[in-house]
Ligand binder design. Structure first.
Ligand code: PBG
Length: 330
């Protein structure tokens, strides 16, 4: 691309008015780009605030159904559920994860039964149910891969049976996508989609989320033997290729803002449905600064989400989803 020199080319000509800027805008953010991660708790008509995520609440199922209805009416295509599990239900063997009547599965069914036109996504990982807070089963201090995969498959099948449209394996065990896909096919869940958390990094940006689901206290050690080293990029491409070959329909990069280079590379190299998770710590940074008046909350929210679209993402999991959808609809 060659460009005539100044003054034949003056870039400011096309920035002069809002109309001219709109004409040459390369990227658009719409409500259809949003997936809303929501926290579910037990009880009826109960809501409680998550202190490290200002504006985010855990909702009991009845209130979650109302919130899902509102999200659908705002044009948000998908909601992703994360359960706050009672400590009494956590164990080393994690059976509660595949209980057909666990909190997450009851929430999925309630949204389905209410006839709300929204895709329901669930999280496939053992951490909410694990007494030690890990995403896989721990034996003698080691997170054991293949046994974890067996547990994750049972969990995935229970979620599919409850009516989940999208399964989101966030556990980072090896071989789980293939095992889940095979089990889903053989149980007749041929239309259930998998959005693989393919490139999920061992990140300090997940802190507020672990508070929200009550896993911070439980977690022993860190997740570095299964989540990725933040220093790696080629490895992310290998993981994406692997998960696609095992039957993932969509892939995800997580966290989001510090990993836009990975999002961009994934979209360019694979050309598959690519999503990013703007995680709890990213939300907390923007929201916390906005609350103190240090940043313009509305503008940084929109700018941060537009950046994902510019990087090539097809959609973003973001706690801002309802707020940004209201703004885009206004
Ligand atoms: C756990 C899971 C995590 C998140 C989504 N699923 C945390 C973790 O891996 O420790 C983080 C989401 C966020 O920070 O918003 N399987």
């Amino acid at each position: 691309m060659t460009q005539a020199p100044f003054p034949a080319t003056r870039f400011r000509r096309l920035r002069r008015t809002p109309q001219l800027r709109a004409m040459v805008r390369e990227t658009a953010l719409g409500t259809g780009d949003l997936i809303w991660p929501a926290f579910v708790r037990d009880g009826h008509a109960e809501r409680d605030a998550v202190p490290s995520m200002p504006g985010v609440e855990r909702l009991s199922i009845d209130l979650l159904v109302d919130a899902a209805r509102e999200a659908a009416s705002l044009g948000i295509p998908a909601i992703c559920l994360f359960p706050y599990t009672d400590t009494a239900l956590k164990s080393e063997t994690c059976e509660e994860a595949w209980n057909p009547d666990n909190l997450s599965n009851r929430a999925v069914r309630a949204i389905r039964d209410a006839g709300i036109d929204i895709a329901v996504m669930t999280d496939v990982a053992l951490d909410p149910y694990n007494a030690n807070g890990h995403d896989g089963i721990v034996r003698d201090g080691v997170i054991v891969n293949d046994e974890s995969v067996e547990a994750l498959v049972k969990m995935a099948l229970a979620q599919a049976a409850a009516g989940a449209d999208i399964l989101g394996p966030s556990d980072m065990m090896d071989g789980r996508i293939g095992a889940m896909r095979t089990a889903l096919e053989s149980e007749g869940h041929t239309d259930v989609t998998i959005m693989s958390y393919a490139a999920k990094y061992a990140s300090a940006f997940y802190g507020p989320f672990r508070d929200a689901v009550g896993a911070s206290g439980a977690l022993k050690g860190d997740k570095k033997t299964y989540q990725m080293d933040p220093a790696n990029s080629d490895e992310a491409m290998r993981l994406i290729a692997r998960d696609l070959s095992e039957g993932a329909d969509m892939v995800m990069v997580k966290p989001g803002m510090p990993y836009l280079d990975i999002c961009s590379r994934v979209k360019r190299e694979f050309g598959v449905p690519t999503f990013a998770y703007q995680v709890s710590g990213e939300y907390a940074m923007l929201k916390g600064a906005a609350e103190r008046g240090w940043l313009d909350g509305e503008r940084v929210m929109l700018e941060s989400l537009m950046a994902f679209k510019r990087a090539g993402c097809d959609g973003i999991l973001t706690y801002f989803a309802p707020d940004v959808a209201r703004l885009l609809n206004a």
